[in-house]
Design a binder for this molecule. Structure first.
Ligand SMILES: C[S@@+](CC[C@H](N)C(=O)[O-])C[C@H]1O[C@@H](n2cnc3c(N)ncnc32)[C@H](O)[C@@H]1O
Length: 189
């Protein structure tokens, strides 16, 4: 079971000039600790808004996994000519990623948690994380109603923290980024 997922035909909405201004992808990833040579996985990478800058930050010697449940979305990303260290991973049900356990330094989960059963989804993310790995969650605030998913589908930072705890992950940082988005950084508990 999963909730309504974002459709590939709307992918341009994910890459607006406004979003780039309030949520600059490269700056945001560096601010929350993404560094050269890290193995990175973007779960629900969509059109590559975070994935493409992430692949550049980690550099050609490190793998950047683009994981998505939508083949159409992976095709959109493929057409954008992603850097050569990007590996596309299709997940059929969204709860099993073909990535080795304990192998990833940095996981990105942006605008995706609310589309899934949070604990099942977070447990699969935890499986691929190395012991000291970082998980960066970015999601829509419940307050901001322009664009994004319906308010009843959105999760508050407090709800996300509770789901993290149930998934044996702990939030180490929670930041309101701007009128639309918040960020939560988590580690293995
Ligand atoms: C709203 S888009 C966000 C895309 C990107 N993370 C961003 O911030 O621009 C959500 C994406 O996550 C994908 N998705 C949703 N649930 C997923 C899951 N459990 N596993 C993999 N991909 C998933 C959807 O197919 C879609 O491409």
């Amino acid at each position: 079971m999963h909730r309504h997922r974002f459709e590939a035909k709307h992918h341009k909405r994910l890459d607006s000039a406004y979003r780039r201004r309030i949520l600059p992808p490269s700056t945001t990833l560096k601010r929350f600790g993404l560094k050269r040579e890290m193995t990175v996985a973007d779960i629900g990478s969509g059109s590559g808004y975070f994935l493409i800058p992430a692949a550049r930050i980690v550099g050609k010697g490190a793998v950047a996994y683009a994981v998505d449940a939508s083949k159409d979305m992976l095709a959109v990303l493929g057409k954008r000519n992603p850097p050569s260290n990007v590996v596309l991973v299709h997940t059929t049900d969204g709860y099993g990623f073909e990535i080795e356990s304990n192998s990833v330094d940095y996981v990105i989960a942006s605008a995706i948690l609310h589309e899934n059963e949070p604990v099942r989804f977070l447990k699969e993310i935890r499986r691929i994380m190395k012991p000291k790995a970082t998980l960066l969650i970015i999601d829509w605030r419940k307050e901001s109603l322009r664009y994004g998913p319906p308010i009843e589908e959105r999760l508050t930072p407090a709800e996300v923290k509770a789901f993290l705890a149930k998934s044996r992950l702990k939030a180490t940082k929670a930041v309101i980024l701007n009128p639309r988005y918040y960020a939560i950084v988590a580690k293995k508990a």
